[in-house]
Design a protein around this ligand. Structure first.
Ligand code: NAI
Length: 456
């Protein structure tokens, strides 16, 4: 009998498994593939490896701007793919070692809730029962398809297959300009493909600050990406080995279509129907204080949780919250207000807390301040001035949210994460000195302006 059996070895599940050692809990982790989940095997990590390759290529191509001659640059696609695979394999190996070191029993197979624990069906047909005092479901998500664009693994694919393309596609249509669509548009645009990005809503990364989305779209267009927002595509047609994507009386012909319209929870077949857990369109409702479902010993974390962000780091935090409750009976709820969101395009876009629209909708009386990168010395030196910082704060009150577009925005946002989480007043945050010359100065300037005493 284990204290905890976790079904699913992605970020939510493996974080729970690793964290349990702090409380000497006995843990089994059931996983049907390698450990790591979407994030490590076919999501965050491989995508960022491709983005890095494309960024290096793009930098070399504009080397002359920096007074450096570097002619005949090209991407060795096979070598870049191998680098990606080596990075993934290394991290999987490291994670497996870490789990072993923490005495987590990793069990190969498909896990299903059963009376008194979990039933594990191995690939070899063997079925075994494991006793569990508590179960954490962390079964993750998979790409959603749309009618007229059924995945065929070749011409019409999800991000899963696109991360393993063996050659660079010449012409690509991307349906959906969320995080995945924009990251692929950035990487393929930098890599030299003809990219058509289609978004049904009126801006890329809907939900982001409009100014930031506009800046990002502008940067994507500079890479040659054809960005079309507010556009609905008709069903794809296969023609002479190519795909025709119709839209608004027009069409584009491409070699590959990447569908990136969101991810659906993977909860079918895990036995939830035999429990009191509330499931809605595959998403599992939990008590956000504890991560418990309506069953007193069944928890859910990660991408399957209803109403919380589908982000690896949210999964980590939810796994930790579940283990804390199991081990101590205390609650350590995830602070969803201050979870950073990073889109790893080149340049990056990152945000935390409320956008201007969301803050108004929540009834706050707010102030908004922004600062472009154009006058920031370090941004000019790096040749990346297309970004901005936008800050939302309550009138005479704390910082509620912020967005950064620019070099390393995904790193810089963490400064503002503290401001949002600790409800800092602009005046308090502006009192600290940002090093010069840095990109962070753009944040310092915005804080100063928000505090009512701008400098530059
Ligand atoms: P998403 O929900 O972020 O974006 C999907 C986009 O597709 C939306 O903009 C939506 O309006 C659009 N769309 C939907 N149907 C459409 C249609 N028929 N035609 C045109 N556009 C359509 O989903 P995405 O990008 O697939 O990512 C899935 C999940 O994974 C998200 O929760 C995302 O936050 C997460 N993720 C996060 C990353 C990050 O934080 N860097 C990277 C990759 C994924």
């Amino acid at each position: 009998m284990y204290d905890v059996v976790i079904i699913g070895g992605g970020p939510g599940g493996y974080a729970a498994a690793l964290y349990a050692h702090n409380f000497d809990l006995s843990v089994a982790l059931v996983e049907k593939e390698r450990v790591g989940g979407t994030c490590l095997l076919r999501g965050c990590i491989p995508a960022k490896s491709w983005l890095k390759t494309a960024e290096v290529f793009a930098t070399v191509q504009k080397a002359a701007e920096f007074g450096v001659h570097a002619s005949d640059a090209s991407i060795d696609w096979a070598a870049a793919l191998e680098r990606k695979n080596t990075i993934v394999d290394g991290l999987v190996k490291g994670l497996s070692g870490l789990l072993r070191g923490r005495n987590v029993d990793v069990m190969d197979g498909f896990g299903r809730l059963a009376d008194g624990g979990v039933e594990v069906s191995g690939a070899d047909g063997n079925v075994r029962q494991i006793g569990a005092r508590n179960v954490i479901l962390a079964t993750g998500s998979e790409p959603r398809a749309i009618p007229g664009y059924e995945f065929d693994g070749d011409r019409i694919v999800s991000s899963r297959d696109a991360l393993d393309w063996r050659v660079r596609p010449q012409r690509v249509a991307i349906i959906g300009a969320g995080a995945i669509g924009c990251e692929f548009a950035s990487f393929l645009g930098d890599a030299g493909s003809e990219v058509h990005l289609f978004e049904m809503l009126d801006q890329v990364v809907p939900g982001a600050e409009p100014e930031a989305a506009k800046a990002l779209a502008r940067e994507l267009k500079k890479k040659g990406v054809k960005v079309r927002t507010g556009v609905t595509v008709g069903p794809a047609e296969l023609r002479n080995g190519h795909v025709v994507v119709p839209f608004e009386g027009d069409y584009v012909e491409v070699d590959k279509v990447l569908v990136a319209v969101g991810r659906a929870p993977v909860t079918e077949g895990v036995g939830l129907e035999t429990t009191k857990a509330e499931v809605e369109r595959g998403f599992v409702h939990v008590n956000r204080q504890t991560m418990l479902t309506a069953e007193p010993h069944i928890y859910a974390v990660g991408d399957i949780v209803a109403g919380t962000p589908q982000l690896a780091h949210a999964g980590f935090a939810e796994g930790i919250a579940a283990i804390t409750h199991i081990a101590t009976g205390e609650t350590a709820p995830v602070d969803y207000r201050a979870i950073p969101l990073v889109v790893y395009t080149h340049p990056e876009m990152a945000s935390v807390g409320l956008t201007e629209a969301a803050a108004r909708q929540a009834g706050y009386e707010i102030e908004v301040h922004d600062h472009g990168m154009r006058g920031v010395g370090r941004a000019i030196i790096q040749g990346e001035v297309g970004g901005l910082v936008k800050l939302v704060s309550e009138v005479d009150g704390p910082i509620l949210g912020a967005t950064v577009v620019g070099p390393a925005a995904g790193e810089l946002i963490h400064e503002l994460m503290y401001s949002v989480a600790w409800e800092a007043l602009p005046d308090e945050a502006a009192a600290f000195i940002h090093a010069h010359p840095t990109i962070s100065e753009a944040i310092g300037e915005t804080l100063l302006t928000a505090a009512g005493r701008s400098l530059h």
